[in-house]
Write a protein that binds this ligand. Sequence first.
Ligand code: CA
Length: 222
Amino acid sequence: MRLLVVEDEIQLADALTEILKRNRYNVDTCYNGIDGYDNALTGVYDCIILDIMLPGMNGIEVLSKLRHEKISTPVLLLTAKSEIEDKINGLDTGADDYLTKPFITGELLARIRALTRRKGELVDENKLDYNGLELNKSTCTVIWNGSDVKLSLKEYQIMELLISNPHQILPKERIIEKIWGYESDVEYNNIEVYISFLRKKLASLSAPVQIKTARGMGYSLE
Ligand code: CA
């Protein structure tokens, strides 16, 4: 999953980014409202963590412009205690949740999980399941029928994307945007290599789940 952190207190922004990366999220970080807005407009994020008091454009303006542009990415507002008015304003403008600074990491992570949870998903923060094939976040493994195989971080992230969108064709472009970022110069054949690793690993488990190639389009989990 890809997150955007928009926060002008550099130490806080960098600490947040580090924590989120350790929790296996891909993270882009912006230190002002204008860059935050430009990044968010790409629509590639699963959640945006948006401070209210920002130079350039404040968080409420960023949010309001995004919603106006029909970008519906979940937004978690970060507010200072003194910004009660902004908090109300933010929720009215289309924020999905807010967190008052200072906050504890566990609460931030829980709120991000809640905002990015798929409808009907079982509430187990460490596991994703597709027809009995399990992807375990804490161990970075795929598990089938009691056997498991370890994944690299990128393999894990691709598998997470596939298992979260079963039967949907994921274009290679989308996989690159989500995992490497929209400014990356990763090429299609890099993805093909990761997919071939994943296929071998799934085959080694004899799992009845396949990553299918939709020729010229992308991949889907079937
Ligand atoms: Ca601020």
